[in-house]
Design a protein around this ligand. Structure first.
Ligand code: AMP
Ligand code: MG
Length: 500
């Protein structure tokens, strides 16, 4: 990339923008709106290096101007992507990037094409009544939670940088404005397919499907029925993803079809949160009154969303309507089984079971039931169970998490009996369990405290520290032990708000 202003030394920002080469109706060309006084809050240097970008240059005044949308790199072709979506079950034919622009795509060190997008970068033709901006709170939340997800090993968009804009955004109150630089393996959503399907633009659906196959699912191109293979592959990744959410207690909060990535990454961190005490009905989002997106509903909703995707693909699946429907149904029917299988396989790992036996699911379900009845903390129960796996000396720390500790005792006796059938010794089992049961998750009260410090005191120290802790979620980190603790009753944060 060469900077636009004269007199600067040229810097490489090797964009190659495949989405911007699609037809005009896929997006609107729009530059970010310049801001007053950009200030770098945080640059993700490791991610910059993985993207083959120079972190020192990105942190320089010119780099920060780009990250704030004040300056556009020469090779960038900024666009706002068009998409539609079902929001809480209601179809909205046009949503689109209303507060984000895709600067371009780079090829990372592993040869993977990555989108670089500015979120909060000003109005676009898709802004509707919105201001196109983001407040610092939601930007920090997305930064923290998406990076925590990455370190937990769960597919997700990433955060390359957060900057404040020096401007104020108006929400329920005045708040500092900010821009997040988001990196994704693409920003194509189920809602992107719906955008074209709703317009009867089958050619658009086909072009999009071909783009997605080339970019994310090249093996589908080899198939005799590439679009069926695409649907199967998206379903497989989505099943794996949602199972992983469940296994760490993550609640996305707004699983609208426009927030479901075709590439199977967690995307659009709005009112998301991790649960503390285990309760399958947990909802954090202030706008999810009916609990549509509650923790335990997530598999069903993923299937609902995948069904919307299948509908858009019908004309490509077969010229004959009823044969197309049969294809779609066949693809969808495998989904529930797949997600269940991924979830139970993950639960076996969490319980230290390397082999599979009849009765494992009952063992797992009975633990969860006892946890729910006894308000046991989800994350700590499994983490401490990892140590109990080495021997009964570890039991006391687990049982303390249950309102009635004897509920754990009864279950633990069965668990130990089952472990006796396992080939691993206690130490190996403990190590395997500690590698899948994190000590540290972005607990909601910690995330809120980070946001409060930034908004009320312009203090980003707590943000930095939380990121440090969450960068090693599977290590004990004694110096940060309190970060593993659940909130005290007065610290509990039960509601989260959207980023808008
Ligand atoms: P989200 O809730 O982030 O998934 O966004 C849903 C839709 O609202 C998307 O089309 C966004 O681009 C749009 N949107 C959200 N916030 C804003 C904003 N502040 N200004 C303009 N559009 C917005
Ligand atoms: Mg969204």
């Amino acid at each position: 990339m060469t900077l636009q202003s004269p007199g600067q030394s040229p810097v490489q920002f090797p964009f190659d923008n495949s989405y911007a080469r699609l037809p005009d109706r896929f997006f609107a060309r729009v530059a970010p709106t310049p801001v007053d006084a950009p200030r770098l809050v945080r640059l993700n240097r490791d991610l910059a290096l993985a993207l083959r970008l120079d972190p020192d240059w990105l942190a320089s005044p010119q780099g920060v101007e780009i990250l704030a949308g004040k300056r556009v790199p020469d090779e960038a072709e900024p666009i706002a992507m068009a998409y539609a979506g079902h929001q809480f079950g209601q179809f909205v034919p046009q949503l689109g990037d209303g507060r984000a622009v895709l600067l371009g795509e780079v090829i990372d060190r592993e040869g993977v094409r990555r989108d670089i997008q500015l979120k909060g970068s000003g109005p676009t033709p898709f802004s509707r009544r919105g201001d196109g901006r983001a407040a610092v709170g939601p930007v920090l939340r997305e930064y923290v939670v998406s990076e925590a997800m990455a370190k937990l090993g769960i597919p997700t968009t990433r955060a390359l940088a957060a900057v404040t804009t020096g401007e104020t955004v108006v929400r329920e109150r005045f708040l500092p404005g900010a821009v997040l630089t988001r990196v994704a393996s693409s920003h194509v959503r189920v809602g992107t397919f719906e955008f074209f399907a709703a317009r009867g633009d089958t050619e658009g659906v086909r072009l999009l499907a071909d783009h997605v196959i080339a970019r994310h699912y090249p093996q589908a191109a080899e198939s005799e029925r590439p679009y069926r293979a695409l649907l199967d592959a998206v379903g497989a990744r989505q099943a794996e993803l949602v199972a992983q959410w469940l296994l760490v207690g993550f609640i996305h909060g707004v699983m609208n079809t426009d927030n479901m990535s075709i590439a199977g990454e967690t995307i659009d961190y709005g009112p998301c949160a991790f649960m503390d005490t285990y309760d399958p009905a947990t909802v954090f989002s202030s706008i999810d009154h009916a609990g549509r997106y509650a923790y335990a509903n997530q598999p069903r909703i993923a299937q609902w969303n995948l069904t919307r995707l299948a509908e858009t693909l019908l004309p490509l699946l077969d010229e004959d309507d009823s044969r197309a429907i049969a294809e779609a149904q066949e693809a969808l029917s495998g989904f529930a089984t797949r997600i269940d299988a991924a979830y139970h396989a993950g639960m076996r790992r969490k319980l230290g079971l390397a082999t599979e036996r009849d009765g494992d699911i009952a063992l797992e379900q009975d633990l969860l039931k006892a946890m729910a009845e006894n308000q046991a903390d989800f994350t700590l129960t499994f983490r401490r169970l990892s140590d109990a796996a080495a021997g009964p000396a570890g039991d006391e720390a687990v049982r303390r998490l249950f309102a009635d500790p004897t509920a754990y005792d009864a279950w633990a006796a069965r668990w130990r009996q089952r472990l006796a059938d396992e080939p691993q010794d206690g130490a190996a089992r403990q190590a395997a369990m500690r590698a899948v049961n994190p000590a540290f998750i972005p607990r909601n009260h910690r995330v809120e405290a980070v946001i409060e410090a930034a908004v009320e005191r312009d203090d980003f120290g707590p943000f930095e520290e939380l990121l440090t802790v969450l960068s090693k979620p599977y290590e004990d980190q004694p110096a940060f032990a309190p970060y593993a603790d659940p909130p005290e009753p007065h610290e509990r944060v039960l509601r989260t708000f959207c980023g808008t």
